[in-house]
Design a protein around this ligand. Structure first.
Ligand code: FES
Length: 109
């Protein structure tokens, strides 16, 4: 599947997550203070909680339910109770628009 435009870069507040659904896949899109943009699976692997409702800190996002933090770069949980990673998607910025390919997952780092 080709990359899909999900929003304008300007629509992303710094250090906040925006939930988008691309081809049925819920994705949390995050812009950090250095203007890097990340896209990770929006559903916490510990429970059916939207990670985009959580807290962004540096290159992590924290699930509000039980406090697991996930790396925005690798999708891996950094603390329990979650122990399974969420997927990480390729992000492209073109002409001020954010594009995501939900079928193209980055290798975990
Ligand atoms: S549902 Fe996310 S840490 Fe429990």
């Amino acid at each position: 599947m080709a990359s899909v435009k999900v929003c304008a870069l300007d629509e992303l507040a710094v250090n906040q997550a925006k939930r988008v659904v691309v081809d049925g896949v819920p994705i949390a899109v995050v812009r950090d203070a250095d203007d890097n943009v990340y896209a990770i699976g929006d559903t916490c692997t510990h429970g059916d909680i939207s990670l985009s409702e959580g807290f962004v800190e540096g290159q992590t996002i924290e699930c509000w339910a039980h406090g697991s933090q996930f790396s925005l770069t690798s999708g891996k949980p950094l603390n329990l109770p979650a122990y399974e990673p969420v997927p990480v998607f390729e992000v492209e910025i073109a002409d001020g628009e954010v594009l995501i390919d939900p079928s193209k997952k980055k290798e975990s780092v």
